[in-house]
Design a protein around this ligand. Sequence first.
Ligand SMILES: Cc1cc2nc3c(=O)[nH]c(=O)nc-3n(C[C@H](O)[C@H](O)[C@H](O)COP(=O)(O)OP(=O)(O)OC[C@H]3O[C@@H](n4cnc5c(N)ncnc54)[C@H](O)[C@@H]3O)c2cc1C
Length: 282
Amino acid sequence: MIPVKFDYLAPTSLEEALSALSEHGDDAKILAGGQSLLPVLRMRLNAPEVVIDLGGIDSLRGIRDDGDAIVIGAMTTHHVVRDHELVREHALLLSKAAAEVADSQIRHRGTFGGALAHADPAGDLGAPALALGAQFVIQGSGGTRTVEADDFFVDLFETAIGDDEILTEVRIPKHTGWGAHYEKFVRVAHQWPIVAVAATVKGSIDEARIGLTNMGSTPLRARATEAALAGASATEDGVRAAAEQAAEGTNPPTDLNGAADYRQHLARVLTGRAVLRAAGAA
Ligand SMILES: Cc1cc2nc3c(=O)[nH]c(=O)nc-3n(C[C@H](O)[C@H](O)[C@H](O)COP(=O)(O)OP(=O)(O)OC[C@H]3O[C@@H](n4cnc5c(N)ncnc54)[C@H](O)[C@@H]3O)c2cc1C
């Protein structure tokens, strides 16, 4: 289908984009890589009067070292996130998860900020961002604020970003030397996961941080498993026993790909695999 007609704006600075956003309010929509927005427009699930393309704002692209964190610009593509030296060194989990997003074509167009702002519970980047304790830098005409990962994902396709705000960058606290693995369970290659688990571990195992994809309306932490793994040794039996608690507090959907209880079973199995691989024990 062809989208409903809209005006297209291509600002070259963040200030210009924010002023267009506050001028057009609810009638405007931000365009990043377009890999989720364009299908939505083509299916006429949304019909903005104005589309504001962030593609011409260079300051929103790139990855930099900022002391105890790395900072990823919202318009940085999945492809760049996957391969960037700083990400591999300090946030390996993100590199591994970005490698699992869709296919190469989509990874070259889709952006880190776009995927997180879209907040699809089946999206691959929310759970690793949550597990790593990401901080989201959001700018509006009233100024800049930083939102912690625990408060960023509000509900299905809903985040803390206001209608007149833009996600500009994401700070990822450094997890240098931590092992990491993203275990994604799919029925069809290059698609969103039925369930996925993002695990990163320090040592073997001093501390574990685990995010769950598609186990509720937002990404979730497997906190009971994290607590059970703190100070545990990375043996197959020990990790699998801790992973038995991975589905606690989850509320996964039932759909054509699987029932809620099947997804909870998957979460337990995939958590065991992800942690063992992150710890280098499988
Ligand atoms: C065939 C196909 C398969 C896919 N498979 C996967 C997959 O396996 N795993 C996965 O995780 N994703 C998958 N995706 C989605 C892909 O990762 C997209 O890149 C991502 O969801 C959206 O990023 P984008 O840059 O394209 O954002 P857009 O589509 O441009 O925007 C998405 C939404 O976020 C808003 N937005 C974008 N940037 C900002 C910003 N900086 N501030 C505020 N709001 C903003 C837009 O207004 C829009 O509502 C797939 C997409 C397709 C088409």
